[in-house]
Design a protein around this ligand. Structure first.
Ligand code: PEP
Ligand code: MG
Length: 323
């Protein structure tokens, strides 16, 4: 499968990219023919070390990945942490709802010096390939603008120091909070690309903590409300011709591949191990068929019916897939 294109039977090209957490995983993506890195989670730099990483250690990790991918795109996500993971910051208030608290881009915007260090390292690595920057958990337009302002400051720093960077680098955001979906028509004016993070979007859409076992049965990508939300985001981005992909776990599950293509997605990023199976589904179906599947799903009213239907459809094109 590696060298075959992810192309549907009617010749529509799908981009399949890899999600990574550590630089060495780049090799897994290359071995499976990923057309780029759709999500580089950079949190690993902060975990398991006593001090916050220096600009140099950020840079080394980023340079490695961008160089290994050659001309293929590498989407780097900026810090997506809670304050408990960062040594130099005061302990967070005892948060009663940490998933609704000071995490991710909010934390970065409160700690701009630290954020700027990471952005400077990304900018420096941007001359080595096709590096793109993505902000996580954006929930308002102002947040996105503020993050871009910090990026502009970092650019100014580098310019003054005579350090090279790619001025045209693309800047996008994750769509993982329902407020971002509701405001897509405004975000399309400001961003270069979107990536839907279903892991968080599901929990915020359904009010179900993704890590709470007691409510795990309610946490599902097959919920019709989640599917509608994804559909809204994809439609708004496609109408404005702003590239949109998906990088949550849903995009690596072959059960959803036909539905996602039918809703208009043409770019999926998944854990490298899932790429061959998703590619196999892409190569077995036509977009017209996928659209009919999406239409049928939109007429169903609960997650159980939707899952049963999608499993049946998957078994027709991929009978060996263990469901
Ligand atoms: C997501 O929320 O879908 C996502 C990709 O981000 P993470 O799983 O790292 O929160
Ligand atoms: Mg997320």
């Amino acid at each position: 499968m590696r060298d075959l294109p992810a192309e549907t039977t009617d010749g529509t090209r799908i981009d399949l990219l890899g999600n990574i957490e550590f630089p060495y995983e780049v090799e897994q993506c290359r071995l499976r023919g990923a057309s780029g890195i759709g999500l580089y989670r950079t949190e690993f730099l902060y975990l398991g070390c006593d001090d916050d990483p220096t600009e140099e250690s950020h840079y080394e990790a980023y340079a490695l990945v961008v160089q290994a991918m050659g001309e293929k795109p590498v989407i780097m996500r900026t810090l997506d942490l809670g304050a408990d993971k960062m040594r130099s910051l005061p302990d967070p208030e005892d948060e009663r709802n940490p998933f609704l608290g000071l995490r991710s881009i909010r934390l970065a915007l409160r700690n701009r010096d630290l954020f700027r260090i990471q952005l400077r390292a990304m900018l420096r690595a941007s001359v080595l390939g096709d590096l793109r920057i993505m902000f996580p958990m954006v929930s308002t337009i102002m947040e996105f603008r503020q993050a871009k302002m910090v990026l502009a400051d970092a650019m100014e720093d580098l310019e003054e120091a005579g350090v090279a960077f790619n001025r045209e680098l693309k800047v996008g955001m994750m769509v993982e909070v329902p407020s971002a979906v509701m405001m897509m028509d405004r975000f399309v004016e400001e961003v270069d690309f979107f990536s839907i993070g279903t892991n968080d979007l599901i929990q915020y859409c359904l009010a179900v903590d993704r890590s709470n076992k007691d409510v795990a049965n309610l946490y599902t990508a097959a919920d019709p409300a989640v599917i509608r939300m994804i559909e809204m985001a994809v439609r708004a981005a496609n109408e404005s011709q702003v590239p949109i992909s998906m990088c949550g776990q849903m995009s690596g599950n072959p059960m959803y591949t036909m539905l996602l293509l039918g809703m208009g997605l043409r770019c999926l990023s998944a854990t490298p191990a899932a790429i061959p199976e998703v590619k196999r589904v892409c190569r077995s179906v036509s977009i017209e068929h996928c659209e009919s599947i999406a239409k049928r799903v939109s007429s169903l009213e609960d997650a159980r019916q939707i899952k049963t239907f999608l499993k049946e459809e998957l078994s027709k094109v991929f009978p060996e897939f263990p469901l």
